[in-house]
Ligand binder design. Structure first.
Ligand code: PEP
Length: 251
């Protein structure tokens, strides 16, 4: 009932030429495969290049970040409208690296989530606990507060078009993955929180991705959990073969 969605977060990697070649390989390897929604999120500098490569395919484009403001004196920022202009359909918001290095907060992510929807972008809203929070036994409370803070004020249509990415911070880029059971527990809790906010029926439509050292070897088991609807992939998304294997493991 929920179509799986796998997104590649290329972070600050790939020149235009490298991005073109990676996107081309992914497109060729995927061929006619459309059972999973596939999203590529290259750095801003490669959006146009990747957009051109995937223009006549089912692969979709996403930004890694955006401003909540529509335009103006915000040096270094980029707006939802600019992402739409480059044919983006998605945008990653509140990634833990943005929270850690750029001071992003739940309230700020909430503004961006609303701004993304207002421009027709589907936000991929990232939440997840730090290692010390998991060790203190407060994972569910932390993630619940993030979900409530980031998704507040959405209407029905916006809820349906929001993707949540559960990314335990201790698992990102570390090679440590949550076990399928650990991840499923948190995903089920996220869905329960969305149900309290927006009702059961809408909560059932929201896709929740897992992110954190997902690779071809662990993707199928993670994504086969009932509340895990795909993956947000960092390191393994930089290799066409690994990324496509993960995509194909998601059905
Ligand atoms: C990410 O940055 O969203 C991520 C999940 O990274 P990695 O797959 O490298 O852990």
């Amino acid at each position: 009932m929920r179509k799986p969605i796998v997104a590649g977060n290329w972070k600050m990697n790939k020149t235009m030429r490298e991005a073109e070649s990676l996107a081309e390989s992914i497109k060729v390897d995927l061929g006619e495969f459309t059972k999973v929604d596939v999203v590529l999120c290259p750095p801003f500098t490669a959006l146009k290049t990747v957009s051109d490569v995937i223009s006549r395919s089912a692969i979709r484009l996403g930004g890694q970040h955006m401003s909540a403001e529509p335009s103006g004196a915000f040096t270094g920022e980029i707006s939802a409208g600019m992402l739409r202009d480059l044919y983006c359909n998605y945008v990653i918001l509140g990634h833990s690296e943005r929270r850690a290095y750029a001071g992003e907060t739940d309230a700020g992510v909430n503004e961006k989530t609303l701004a993304a929807h207002a421009s027709g972008l589907k936000p991929i809203v990232c939440v997840g606990e730090k290692l010390e929070e998991r060790e203190a036994g407060i994972t569910q409370a932390v993630v619940e507060a993030q979900v409530k803070g980031c998704l507040s004020g959405l209407d029905e249509e916006q809820v349906k078009n929001t993707i949540v990415a559960y990314e335990p911070v201790w698992a990102i880029g570390t090679g440590k993955t949550a076990t399928p059971e650990m991840a499923q527990d948190v995903h089920a809790h996220i869905r329960a929180v969305v149900a309290v906010m927006f009702g059961d029926d809408l909560a059932k439509t929201v896709r929740i991705q897992y992110g954190g050292s997902m690779k071809p070897g662990n993707a199928a088991e993670l994504i086969s959990q009932p509340d895990i609807d795909g993956g947000l992939i960092g390191g393994a998304a930089l290799d066409a073969g690994s990324f496509v294997e993960i995509v194909k493991a998601a059905v």
